[in-house]
Write a protein that binds this ligand. Structure first.
Ligand code: ZN
Length: 387
C-alpha cells in the first residue's frame, strides 16, 4: 500500500463529504464515530505503518520555482571552484602519497569551515595491494548525523598510480575524479545557507558526502585490486547501527539514494539509465536540465536536453557504487557513456576540461539536491515591493 500526503489529503476530503451526506440520512453520532475511527485507523496505518527504511520508496522531491532556483544558484561560482578546489585536487594523489594527504586536508578543512555544521569523520585502514601494504582513508561528511535518512553524493579522490617508468609525467586525473570532488565541495559551499536552514525544516532527511580513497586499481583491475575505499566503507557502514542504538538497522539503511559522480568534466557527457529502480531520479535530473535551459541558465547548451537520458538503458560499469549496490542501496551512477576520450591517459588534465559543462552540471546538481531535500531557499525580500 502506498501512502503519501496527497492520498491522506484525499481521504480527509472524502470523510468530510461522506460525513455530511450520511449525517442527513442515518443520524449523526454513530456515523461520525464510525468514519472518525476509520480515518484514524487509515491515518495511523499510513504514518506509522511504513518503516522509516521504506520511506525512501515514497519520497517526493519539491519543485522549486524559477525565483527560488535563481536565488539558490546565485552563490555558485565556477572560477572560485576552479581556484579554491579543483587546482588543489589535481595533484598526484594515489593512496599513501603526500598529494593524497594534502587533498584529504583540503577536503576536511573546506567542509569544516562552512556554517552548515558538517560532521567530518575518517575511515582509515591498511590493505594489502600488489605493492604491499598501503594506508587508505575515506572521508565521510554528514550534515545532520541524527537524521534517519540520507541523500548521498560520492566521488573518489585518489588518482591512478603510474609507476616510475613514467617519471616526469604527472597524471592529474582531472575528470577522474578531481572534478566530481570539486563539484561536491562547491555544492556544499554554494548551498551553505540553504543546507543550514534545511536541518530544521526537514530534520529526518539530510545530505552525506563520501570521498573515497583507492578506487583505482594499483596494478590491474581485479576484485581485490580496486575499490579499496568503497569496499571498506560499505562493510563498515553495514555493521554500524543507525540510528544510534538500533538493533536491526544500520548506516546503509539510512541511504535513500547513493549518487556516484565519476569521469565528469569532458565536453558532451551523456548519462544513461543503468538502474530501472532509480530511473525516476535520472528523469528529475533531465527535467532540471530542461527547466534551467528554458530560463537561459545554462551556457553552451543549444538543445533542451543534452546530458540526462533516463529512457535509454546502458550496461553496468564497475565503480565505487558496487559494494553498496550489492548490499541493496539504491544507486544513481552519474558516469558518462562513452567515457571521456582522455580517460586513463596523461591528457586527462586541466587543459582538456570543458568549463561550460562543469558549470552547467554544478547548477543541475545543486537544484537536484535542494529539491530532493525539500529545501526551499529563502527569497530575499524586495524593498521596492514593501508597503
Ligand atoms: Zn580511473
Amino acid at each position: 500500500m502506498i501512502c503519501n500526503l496527497s492520498q491522506r489529503r484525499d481521504t480527509g476530503m472524502w470523510r468530510a463529504a461522506t460525513t455530511t451526506m450520511t449525517e442527513r440520512s442515518h443520524g449523526p453520532s454513530k456515523m461520525r464515530l464510525f468514519y472518525t475511527v476509520t480515518i484514524w485507523v487509515t491515518f495511523v496505518h499510513c504514518t506509522a505503518g511504513i518503516p522509516w527504511t521504506e520511506e525512501k520508496l515514497h519520497h517526493r522531491a519539491v519543485t522549486l520555482t524559477q525565483e527560488e532556483i535563481r536565488t539558490a544558484l546565485s552563490h555558485t561560482d565556477l572560477e572560485q571552484m576552479w581556484q579554491r578546489d579543483l587546482r588543489p585536487l589535481m595533484v598526484t594523489r594515489y593512496p599513501g602519497s603526500t598529494g593524497s594527504q594534502a587533498v584529504q586536508e583540503h577536503i576536511k578543512t573546506t567542509l569544516g569551515s562552512l556554517g552548515a555544521g558538517w560532521e567530518v569523520t575518517e575511515d582509515k585502514f591498511v590493505s594489502q595491494t600488489p605493492y604491499g601494504q598501503l594506508p587508505f582513508t575515506n572521508i565521510v561528511a554528514t550534515l545532520n548525523s541524527s537524521a534517519s535518512r540520507r541523500l548521498v553524493l560520492a566521488c573518489h579522490y585518489d588518482s591512478k598510480y603510474y609507476p616510475p617508468q613514467w617519471h616526469g609525467r604527472e597524471f592529474q586525473g582531472a575528470t577522474d575524479s578531481a572534478v566530481p570532488c570539486a563539484m561536491m565541495l562547491e555544492l556544499a559551499r554554494a548551498l551553505d545557507e540553504e543546507l543550514k536552514a534545511q536541518q530544521s525544516t526537514t530534520p529526518d532527511l539530510t545530505l552525506q558526502l563520501l570521498f573515497f580513497d583507492g578506487e583505482e586499481a594499483l596494478f590491474q583491475w581485479t576484485a581485490t585490486d580496486s575499490l579499496y575505499g568503497s569496499r571498506h566503507l560499505a562493510q563498515m557502514m553495514e555493521t554500524t547501527p543507525h540510528p544510534a542504538g538500533a538493533t536491526d538497522t544500520n548506516q546503509l539503511h539510512a541511504m535513500d539514494l547513493f549518487v556516484l559522480l565519476d569521469l565528469i568534466g569532458a565536453p558532451g557527457p551523456r548519462f544513461y539509465n543503468q538502474f530501472p529502480s532509480t530511473m525516476h531520479w535520472l528523469s528529475r535530473l533531465q527535467s532540471i536540465e530542461m527547466r534551467l535551459h528554458s530560463t537561459n541558465q545554462l551556457v553552451d547548451h543549444p538543445n533542451n536536453v543534452q546530458y540526462f537520458w533516463p529512457n535509454q538503458p546502458v550496461g553496468h560499469v564497475q565503480d565505487d557504487h558496487i559494494p553498496f549496490l550489492n548490499r541493496g542501496v539504491p544507486i544513481l551512477h552519474l558516469i558518462p557513456s562513452p567515457f571521456p576520450s582522455v580517460w586513463h591517459t596523461f591528457d586527462d588534465n586541466e587543459q582538456n576540461l570543458d568549463r561550460s559543462t562543469i558549470q552547467n552540471l554544478n547548477k543541475i546538481m545543486q537544484v537536484f539536491v535542494l529539491e530532493y531535500l525539500n529545501a526551499r531557499p529563502a527569497i530575499p525580500s524586495n524593498p521596492q515591493n514593501a508597503p
